[in-house]
Design a protein around this ligand. Sequence first.
Ligand SMILES: CSCCC(=O)C(=O)COP(=O)(O)O
Length: 404
Amino acid sequence: MSEQRILVTYLTQAKDLNKKAQAIAVGMTVGSWTDLPLAKQAELAPYLGEAVSATPLATLENGETRGLITVSYPTRNFTADIPSLLTGIFGKLSMDGKIKLIDIVLPDSFLQAFPGPKFGIDGLRERLGAHNRPLLMSIFKSCLGLPFDDLKTQFRAQALGGVDLVKDDEIFFADDRAPFIERIKAFKQIAQETAAETGKPVLYAANLTGPVHELNEKAKRAVDAGADCLLFNVLAFGFDALHRLAADPDVHVPIMAHPALAGAYYPSPDYGIATPLLLGTLMRVAGADLVLFPSPYGNVALDKTEALQLAKHLTDPLNGVRRSFPVPSAGIHPGLVPQLYQDFGLDQIVNAGGGIHGHPGGATAGAKAFVAAIDAVIAGRTLEEAATESQELAIALEKWGGAR
Ligand SMILES: CSCCC(=O)C(=O)COP(=O)(O)O
């Protein structure tokens, strides 16, 4: 059977897109080709990249063509990890003029080396016993420097409002006032108390930080202490750190990927890595169970087409790799729930920090407003109708308005 190849698509510009694709295929693999003696060519042929296609999109004022090119790479060129993949297909190329990495299609033989999410959408729904609605998550605002008791109060308030998950802020590292393991134990205890009151479980996602070689050990200690979920700043640590956590059988809790630093990669139309690949395919393949990304509506907005494509990359069939939960975030308030539902559907997590804590009635009321909004869209009702039965939602709509 012939070796399966990795297909890589780039957006670039050149006088001749076909020639550029050929130059990349050779330059990113064996380095030079036509000048080599025939015997050497035969020896190196199994390692040679191939130009697959060139699709022009526009002719530029300087006479160059802007377009998509696809190059295929033999899987034998890589070790089965994302650092080798990214370096091999885009390492020095990322610094060589206008070129953006758009998509990677990994063959089965290569994908098998990656864990993918341990739990994914179905596993997380199972843990929460919540199958027929978007989930709801709230974010501590703020964490840093607060006394432990304040954090406990914040956790209790969010949980009593009926959220499914509470996550740390991603900038919560200096936790000497509320140490990592102690937080996990304390919030677990509070979660048990609030579940007895509300009838709803709530999971706490603790921010996993520290030296990269200590992460797995720290994650295991968290699991032993009763951790429900881990928040992880994937791009700061590197995709391989996520891969190693997801592949570790002792770290049997869902991992939530935060997009911190992603703005250094995706916003340029000409450079970097496209968001559906960066925060979609790569996060999922490396093992993120939940992936936060900027929603198209908030204060840190992502282009809507890209956000929808990203969510598809997290949830479309991918050779048996579990689906990751899309978590469109930033600037989310209850009035946006119908829009979120229309755009991202059932399998998403509605996630809010300011939209919960900024409620005039406090975090419990803020969470209740979201619960009422989610129940309304699932029942096919308008928020205005639901607000006649939920004072918390009525107050939220008065403060933030409805969907834009
Ligand atoms: C840019 S996506 C990550 C969103 C995030 O981490 C966050 O804290 C959002 O907070 P908000 O108050 O805008 O809900």
